[in-house]
Design a protein around this ligand. Sequence first.
Ligand SMILES: Cc1cc2nc3c(=O)[nH]c(=O)nc-3n(C[C@H](O)[C@H](O)[C@H](O)COP(=O)(O)OP(=O)(O)OC[C@H]3O[C@@H](n4cnc5c(N)ncnc54)[C@H](O)[C@@H]3O)c2cc1C
Length: 464
Amino acid sequence: MTVTVVGGGLAGCEAAWALAERGIDVTIVEMRPVVRTAAHQTDRLGELVCSNSFKSVELQNAHGLLKAEIRDLGSVLLPLADEARVPGGAALAVDRDVFSQLVHAKINSHPRITVTRKEATSIPDAGVVATGPLTSSSLADAIKTRLGSDALAFFDAIAPIVSTESLDHDVLYAKSRWGKGEGDDYLNSPMNKEQYEGFMDALTAADQFHGHEFDDIAYFEGCLPVEEMAKRGRETARFGPMKPIGLHHPVSGLEPYAAVQLRREDKAAQMWNLVGFQTRLRIPEQAKVFRMIPGLEKAEFLRYGSIHRNSYINAPASLGPGLMVKDGAPVFFAGQLTGVEGYTESIATGLLAGINLARVLVGDEPLVPPATTMLGGLYRYLAEADPKHFQPMNANFGLLEPLPLDSPVPSSLGVTGTRHVDSPGESRRHLDRAPKGRVERKDEKKQLLVDRARADFASWRAAL
Ligand SMILES: Cc1cc2nc3c(=O)[nH]c(=O)nc-3n(C[C@H](O)[C@H](O)[C@H](O)COP(=O)(O)OP(=O)(O)OC[C@H]3O[C@@H](n4cnc5c(N)ncnc54)[C@H](O)[C@@H]3O)c2cc1C
């Protein structure tokens, strides 16, 4: 049997190799150069469209951890990135030309892989769809028909996400507008007039990212960048995402002058989304300006905001187990199209899709790693995020299953016994009592997460 991988980008190449290595014949259908995208420059497989960095290789970095996991799974592309590596500190930066030449040659060298150059306009009977953020419109139509008309979005308007432990919970208060829902679904940052005015000044003065020409977006009114809103008038944000109505403070009983709301992004409340704060500000500006929000002075950004053209599926609403279509056909989605964001994440989902398609073809169930691992956490987000607010996600530690409250500290850290690890919402109280400095404790927690992820990934892989 021959399966089809649609798209010869990072995810498609990784999926095709994983299938071919498991004895399955693969045809990669890649539309370049017959049909071009607005970003790719060559007809090579595995072309990087923008940055030349795959981000960190350090295990204590979410991208580094994800890399370690997919290396263990047999990624074909990461060793090629190593070969194409240029100096970049802790980042795996590559010479992009060398990298895509290596990928192109490697994929074409596999006796079970054939590459066909044409635009796919339908979903294959058996295969992987990995056509990325610039999926052609006729295939996009076919995807919408197959998965449902609301399944596909065409651009990201992403608001930043911050970690719960970096927030000042003495300043923020939990409350939904007018006490709706559970009554305390949101965290709110109250601002007085002076704070609001200062914040508006900083927001309107901050430097914003000017994207590629094809990236110019006619904003929907509902997705206006927060800085554009601020430029429209001093009060606009106070009648938009910073509306204080119904957010009376639980102690004073008063409504603040303005408020920023944070909505939880995951079940364990480790990640909080700044509601309505989609932005095109440059990353250093986001860090500077958004840390002016009361309670966010020390915010750790798990994901920065952005707005750019991107096709992605509402994966939690439209896909089944293992990112397979729900109708039971052996068709998987992979890469940026599934709602992951970034090179390494795209490679990772491509590899997982290839492995799982090979399993399904011989009658096995798709397998996904546990949510204590970075790949498992990323997968869980795609499978279980709230479909109403689904936005693309990059690898970050907030995706991982939280640590149990009392976790043994690894002896490698030179500390013995058990140590309390922050649980969502009680970080502030605990930090006040903690005998160690905040940075040291954060490093310890990360090390615990990394150690657990490495151990759990090894056990899971042994069962494959
Ligand atoms: C302008 C831009 C800049 C970006 N910058 C970065 C960055 O700096 N860092 C980062 O990590 N991520 C960046 N991304 C996201 C990046 O695209 C992904 O991380 C990664 O390339 C996604 O891999 P993929 O395999 O899913 O898609 P791609 O690598 O885009 O591969 C998809 C392939 O499918 C092909 N294709 C599309 N439609 C069809 C069709 N109908 N038939 C056949 N083939 C088709 C395309 O030609 C392409 O080769 C950027 C995206 C864009 C659009």
